[in-house]
Design a protein around this ligand. Structure first.
Ligand code: FES
Length: 120
């Protein structure tokens, strides 16, 4: 069993694999997101956890990124890759698939829609 060095982790990503999200492609989203993390060498700084239902089935597949408190909806394999290349690698939120932002510090420029990406 592996023991991850948590001291380098900057992001914890929750990948919903409840029944509804799974029916809508969540397992492919998980595979793509994890492969993209590996491809970009982000394994040490991003930890992923598959979860059961997060209570937003109609918006699934759901991907949640902490500590930013960002909930992404309708995540496809394409947008899963974009979450990695934009959010996890460059700290750019994908506003076109943003469901909810939990974090209170909303004046942080990182959360401005001015930082929107071209990601679909
Ligand atoms: S199964 Fe993913 S939110 Fe319900």
């Amino acid at each position: 069993m592996a023991t991850k060095d948590l001291s380098k982790v900057r992001y914890h990503v929750f990948l919903c694999e409840g029944d509804s999200c799974t029916k809508r492609g969540a397992c492919d989203v998980t595979s793509t997101l994890r492969a993209e993390i590996a491809r970009l060498g982000l394994d040490e700084v991003v930890h992923t956890t598959r979860t059961r239902c997060n209570g937003r089935c109609q918006d699934g597949p759901i991907v949640i990124v902490y500590p930013d408190g960002i909930w992404y909806r309708d995540v496809s394999t394409e947008s899963a890759a974009e979450i990695v290349t934009n959010h996890l690698a460059e700290e750019l939120i994908l506003h076109n698939t943003l469901l909810y932002q939990f974090r209170a510090e909303r004046n942080d420029p990182k959360y401005s829609s001015d930082n929107d990406t071209d990601a679909k």
